[in-house]
Design a protein around this ligand. Structure first.
Ligand code: 6R9
Length: 647
């Protein structure tokens, strides 16, 4: 019988941590072993680093699995760990440097941030919002989005951040699902020099909507907006007049901190629920050890607060650690393709956390753009969101990291709350394309279809074997779906839905979503491995592959390829790429067809949407494209206006 997923790609390059980095790192050799010997003890120690008003009575309650509870009886307000304690120890430390897309800037110290959070919290209370309510936040990347999230946490209201690129309909679905009582938004937000009409979308979403009673509107773009006097409040009219201190609402460790809808590509969005104590423990611990944060660092996570990465590694993890971060409002190509690298030199960014989709876009634009800037301040790089192809990893290492910065490839999900698998930069020897090993205290395995662990050298399905503090507590309003999606495949194991392989040293190599695995002549082939083999070719920046029905082989591999810079696709390149894949991972994985395209369909968080490419390849009517960031490209590929060849 063949493996649940085959192991085809082999990668021999290794990068041990630089000596000086290893000596000075926050996490030192021994941490994994200590945590493995006593995981509950490890999490208890990590949780004690936060500010608790009342200590917990029971660390883990597993009597009603999979409805686990952590830190039962503990009382806290997460904003006291993120703000108040730093205001006591270091009030003038900068929490956020911010740069707007048009080039305007501001900075907020911890003291100023706490004061603004308290004022916003006061305004929310005045609007009738209180403990137990849910508030939707539909904004761009302005400092006030972090203020809005923390203000909700301050008064014990759950926030539900909805990415500012989503449509009025998507916003409406999420407002209804969580019965939101208020919305915090902006008149508009800047994107590539244009105004995204956020308030207009909120107005549309609220037509006949039943639960929302008030809307708080930040003025950002000064675009004209409609106004409803009985419902809408300008931020600048009701926030500044509030008191700059508001006593934090005391919360139970298991009270809800936020709901966040997954970026999932099919079905009704799932409102993932996270609670106060466990979530903050997970993000605070991982932020310190994975990103090695020091007082001297200037940290930049390029995610949007509309995704979990923004929640965990722009807001809660960095603030719990008293870090100084950069927030940038706009796109990487405004006003030109060097904007990110100009920001890194201007602010002397030391730690950069971004996504493979961004790295591959920069590969396409060419390395001369970053290499003509001064990136010498960088000391650590991170990646999240998709498997990073080994060649993209090498490019990141060489042209952004100057061959001196360790790379932490961090695997996790909205559902896991915090990083589950990652190198620790002062300890772990990295391998390009591998997320390496589980975080201390996290217990994972790779199993076959029957749930049996596979030996090193084999592929299968990733599972998490024991509960962890920052795990989701459920899907809002749907306990059956929670059980069904995550806990029903294997008894007692959490199933994230990702394929994974173990190499001979038990390093973990994530292989993409199991729904995307291709079955070719009886072999289960991961999309990631074939895509990585394509990206390994010097002409290729990005690739997506899917299995399309084939009468002889079951499925045949259809590839979609984005070339670097000005390289033109032609028939001889198609032949060359097919041979390259065959040589790199084996003839079985040779794409049957290759289509050159200027871009790939992506979700709004930048993940490749293979489902639509499958629809195109099997000449089906296209499924829902409204959740796409770039829906035009699907039409272009389908209409054959891009170069293609069938074998
Ligand atoms: C944090 C985030 C989760 C899914 C996850 C997996 C993919 C994320 C990855 C990765 C390989 C990594 N993913 N990080 N795959 N290597 N380092 O992205 O959350 O939006 O919920 O997506 O993203 O497939 O299951 P979310």
């Amino acid at each position: 019988m063949s493996d649940a997923i085959e192991n085809l790609y082999s990668e021999e390059r290794k990068f041990p941590p630089p000596e000086k980095f290893a000596l000075e790192a926050n996490a030192q050799v021994g941490i994994h072993e200590r945590a493995a010997a006593a995981p509950l003890e490890f999490w208890s120690e990590e949780a004690k680093k936060l500010h608790w008003r009342t200590p917990w009575k029971k660390l883990l309650n597993d009597s009603d699995a999979p409805f686990y509870k952590w830190f039962e009886g503990g009382r806290l307000n997460v904003t006291e760990s993120c703000l108040d304690r730093h205001v006591v120890s270091n009030p003038n430390r900068i929490a956020f440097h911010w740069e707007g897309e048009p080039g305007d800037t501001s900075s907020l110290t911890y003291k100023e941030l706490l004061e603004e959070v308290c004022r916003c919290a006061g305004a929310l209370r005045q609007m009738g919002v209180g403990k137990g309510d849910t508030v939707a936040i539909y904004m761009g990347m302005v400092p006030e989005i972090t203020v809005a999230m923390l203000a909700c946490a301050r008064i014990g209201a759950a926030h539900s951040v909805v990415f500012g690129g989503f449509s009025a309909e998507s916003l409406r679905d999420r407002l209804d699902d969580a019965s939101c009582k208020a919305v915090i938004t902006q008149d508009g937000s800047w994107r590539r020099g244009k105004v995204v009409p956020l308030k207009e979308n909120v107005d549309a979403a609220l037509i006949d909507q039943q639960t929302v009673q008030s809307v708080l509107v930040l003025q950002r773009c000064e675009n004209n907006v409609e106004w409803n006097n009985s419902r809408d409040h300008w931020w600048h009219e009701i926030v500044p007049s509030q008191s700059d201190f508001l006593e934090a609402e005391e919360m139970d460790a298991e009270d809800i901190l936020f709901i966040l809808y997954t970026s999932g590509s099919t079905g009704k969005p799932k409102g993932i629920v996270h609670t106060c104590g466990g979530y903050l423990t997970g993000v605070s611990s991982t932020f310190k050890s994975v990103f090695d944060i020091k007082d001297s660092d200037l940290y930049w996570c390029t995610a949007d607060c509309g995704w979990v990465t923004g929640h965990s590694y722009i807001v809660y993890g960095p603030l719990a650690n008293g870090a100084t971060s950069l927030i940038y409002e706009g796109t990487p190509d405004f006003p030109n393709q060097g904007r990110w690298w100009d920001l890194i030199s201007k602010y002397a960014v030391t730690i950069l956390y971004t996504a493979p989709t961004a790295i591959r876009t920069f590969m396409k634009w060419g390395e001369q753009i970053p290499t003509s800037r001064d990136l010498s301040s960088l000391r650590l790089l991170g990646s999240v969101g998709e498997p990073i192809n080994p060649e993209a990893w090498m490019w990141y290492h060489e042209f952004i990291g100057g061959n001196r910065c360790p790379i932490v490839d961090t695997w996790w999900q909205t559902e896991t709350g915090s990083i589950m698998i990652s190198p620790l930069p002062g300890i772990t020897t990295t391998k390009p394309g591998s997320a390496a090993i589980p975080y201390p205290g996290i217990d994972v395995a790779v199993v076959d279809e029957e749930g049996q662990e596979v030996p090193p050298g084999h592929g299968g399905l990733l599972v998490i074997k024991s509960p962890w503090p920052s795990m989701l507590r459920g899907i809002h309003g749907d306990p059956d779906r929670y059980r069904d999606v995550y806990w029903s495949r294997f008894d007692g194991l959490y199933f994230p839905g990702d394929g994974c392989k173990l190499d001979d040293e038990s390093y973990l190599w994530l292989l993409g979503r199991v729904d995307d695995v291709m079955l070719v002549s009886g072999h289960n082939i991961s999309t990631t491995e074939v895509e990585s083999a394509l990206v390994d070719h010097s002409s290729v920046a990005e690739a997506a592959v899917v299995g399309r029905k084939d009468s002889t082989t079951g499925q045949a591999i259809a590839a979609f390829v984005v070339l670097k810079g000005t390289i033109e696709g032609c028939d001889s390149l198609i032949q060359e790429l097919r041979l390259h894949v065959a040589a790199k991972i084996g003839p079985i994985a040779k794409p049957a067809s290759i289509v050159f395209t200027p871009d790939l369909p992506k979700t709004r968080s930048g993940k490749i949407m293979r489902r639509l490419l499958r629809d195109i390849s099997e000449k089906r009517k296209l499924g829902d494209v409204t959740t796409l960031a770039n829906s035009d490209i699907v039409e272009a590929i389908r209409d054959g206006s891009v170069k293609s060849s069938e074998d």
